[in-house]
Design a protein around this ligand. Structure first.
Ligand SMILES: *Cc1c(COP(=O)(O)O)cnc(C)c1O
Length: 404
C-alpha cells in the first residue's frame, strides 16, 4: 500500500477499467478439455486451443508420468549448460521427421521461439515484412531484432510485393502466421513462398494453430500446401496439448539458434517429461488421423450452422470469430452464453484491433454435434444484440496493434 509499484498498478488498472478492457483470471477445477469445471459449474468449453484433446490424453499423460520417474521434474539449467537431455534430442529428431526438415530445435514456448528466431537471424540493416494480423510474439520478435519492420496489409501479396521492391536491405525475411490466431483464416503460403524465392527473401511461417490440425500428417499448413519455408515454427502447446514449441529448418539454422537465441540461451530448458509427453502427442497425431477427422467434422458442422445464422464462416481452421465491435458487447455476449453453460471468452483489444471485439470460438475433436447445436442455438439469441460481422478482418486498421 502506498508503495510506488502498487500506486502505478492502481493507476493503470483504472485506465483499463474505464476502457472496458480489464481482465481477470479464472482457475479451472478440472483438466483441460471440451467440458470443464469453473467456479463450481460445468461448461462446454469453446475457448481452448487444445484442438485434439491431447492435453488430457491417457497415452500422453502416461508418457509424462514415466518420464518424470526417469528424469525428475526440473531440467536444472539452460540447454547449453546441463539442461539438455536424451528426451530433448529424441523429441527434436521426431519433430524434424514429422516436418520433413533436416533439423529441429525446441523452445520453451511459441512466444520464446518467435522472439528467439527473429532476433538471432536479423539485426540492424535487415528488413522483416510482417502481416498486419501477425501474432504478438512475431511483432515482439521484430522489435527485438532491431531490423526495420515493414507491416503489409493482411494476406495481401500484391501489396507485399510492392513493399519488397521499395525496401532493400541486407537480409530480408517475410514472417507470417500460417493460421491467424484470431480470425482463423490462412496465409497465402504458395504465393508468399513464390515471392520469397523470386526475390531471395527468407520465409518464417508460424504454424501455432495448424500443428496437429492441418496437413495429411498433421504437420501444418506448409505440409498441406507442399510449401517449404526456410524457418518453420510449430507449437507443442495447442494441437499437441503440451507446452513448448519448435523451429524446423536446416542443421545450420538449428546450430545458429542454440548459439544465439537469447530466449533459449538464457532460459532453463523445457522439462524432459514435457518433451516425452509431446513426443507421445506427436505419435498420437501421426498414428490416429481420426482425431483430426473428428475435429474437421466439427469445423464443417459449425461453419454450416454459422452461415445458417447469417454469420459468414470459413472452413480454414478450428477458429471462428463472431465480431461484435465494442468490448462491452463481446463481454455481454460471452456472459449470456455462459449463463447457458457455454464458455466462449470475449476477445478485446489489444489482442484484436480496436472495433473488432468478438467472441472467438475454438473447436475441439471432443465436441459432440449436440454441443455445436447448443452453441448455435444460444448464438442465435445472442446475435440479437444487434448487427454483427463474420470473421472480421481488421486489416483496414493499418497500424499494427500493440500486441495480439
Ligand atoms: C499461441 C501463439 C503463439 C505462442 O505460442 P505459445 O506456445 O502459446 O507461447 C505464437 N504464434 C501464434 C500464431 C500463436 O497463436
Amino acid at each position: 500500500m502506498g508503495l510506488p509499484a502498487d500506486a502505478w498498478a492502481r493507476d493503470e488498472l483504472g485506465v483499463l477499467e474505464a476502457k472496458g478492457l480489464k481482465r481477470h483470471l479464472e482457475p479451472l477445477e478440472s483438466p483441460q478439455g471440451p467440458r470443464i469445471r469453473v467456479g463450481g459449474r460445468e461448461y462446454v468449453n469453446f475457448s481452448s486451443n487444445d484442438y485434439l484433446g491431447l492435453a488430457n490424453d491417457e497415452q500422453v499423460k502416461e508418457a509424462a508420468r514415466e518420464a518424470v520417474l526417469r528424469h525428475g521434474v526440473g531440467s536444472g539449467a539452460s540447454r547449453l549448460i546441463v539442461g539438455d537431455t536424451t528426451a530433448h534430442q529424441s523429441l527434436e529428431r521426431a519433430v524434424a521427421d514429422f516436418e520433413g526438415a533436416e533439423a529441429a530445435l525446441l523452445f520453451n514456448s511459441g512466444y520464446a521461439a518467435n522472439v528467439g528466431v527473429l532476433s538471432a537471424l536479423l539485426g540492424p540493416g535487415d528488413v522483416v515484412f510482417s502481416d498486419a494480423l501477425n501474432h504478438a510474439s512475431l511483432i515482439d520478435g521484430c522489435r527485438l531484432a532491431k531490423a526495420a519492420v515493414v507491416v503489409y496489409p493482411h494476406r495481401d501479396v500484391a501489396a507485399l510485393e510492392a513493399l519488397v521492391a521499395a525496401h532493400p536491405g541486407r537480409r530480408r525475411l517475410v514472417a507470417t502466421d500460417a493460421v491467424f490466431s484470431m480470425d482463423g483464416d490462412r496465409a497465402p503460403l504458395h504465393e508468399l513462398s513464390g515471392l520469397c524465392r523470386r526475390e531471395g527473401l527468407g520465409l518464417l511461417v508460424d504454424e501455432a494453430h495448424a500443428t496437429g490440425v492441418l496437413g495429411a500428417r498433421g504437420a501444418g499448413l506448409c505440409e498441406a500446401l507442399g510449401v517449404r519455408p526456410d524457418v518453420l515454427m510449430g507449437t507443442l502447446s495447442k494441437g499437441l496439448g503440451c507446452v513448448g514449441a519448435y523451429v524446423a529448418g536446416s542443421a545450420a539454422l538449428r546450430e545458429l539458434l542454440f548459439n544465439k537465441s537469447r530466449s533459449l540461451v538464457f532460459s532453463t530448458a523445457i522439462p524432459p517429461a514435457m518433451c516425452a509427453a509431446a513426443e507421445a502427442a506427436l505419435s498420437r497425431v501421426r498414428a490416429d488421423p481420426s482425431l483430426r477427422g473428428a475435429l474437421w467434422r466439427n469445423i464443417s458442422a459449425l461453419a454450416a450452422g454459422l452461415r445458417g445464422l447469417g454469420v459468414p464462416a470459413h472452413e480454414d481452421s478450428a477458429i471462428f470469430s463472431v465480431v461484435l465491435g465494442e468490448p462491452e458487447r463481446a463481454v455481454e455476449a460471452s456472459r449470456r452464453l455462459r449463463a447457458l453453460g457455454l464458455l466462449v471468452k470475449p476477445i478485446r483489444p489489444p489482442t484484436v484491433p480496436v472495433g473488432t471485439s468478438r467472441l472467438r470460438i475454438a473447436l475441439s475433436a471432443g465436441h459432440s454435434l449436440e454441443d455445436l447445436d447448443r452453441l448455435l442455438g444460444a448464438l442465435s439469441e445472442v446475435i440479437c444484440l444487434g448487427p454483427i460481422g463474420g470473421e472480421g478482418r481488421g486489416e483496414d486498421k493499418s497500424p499494427q496493434p500493440e500486441a495480439r
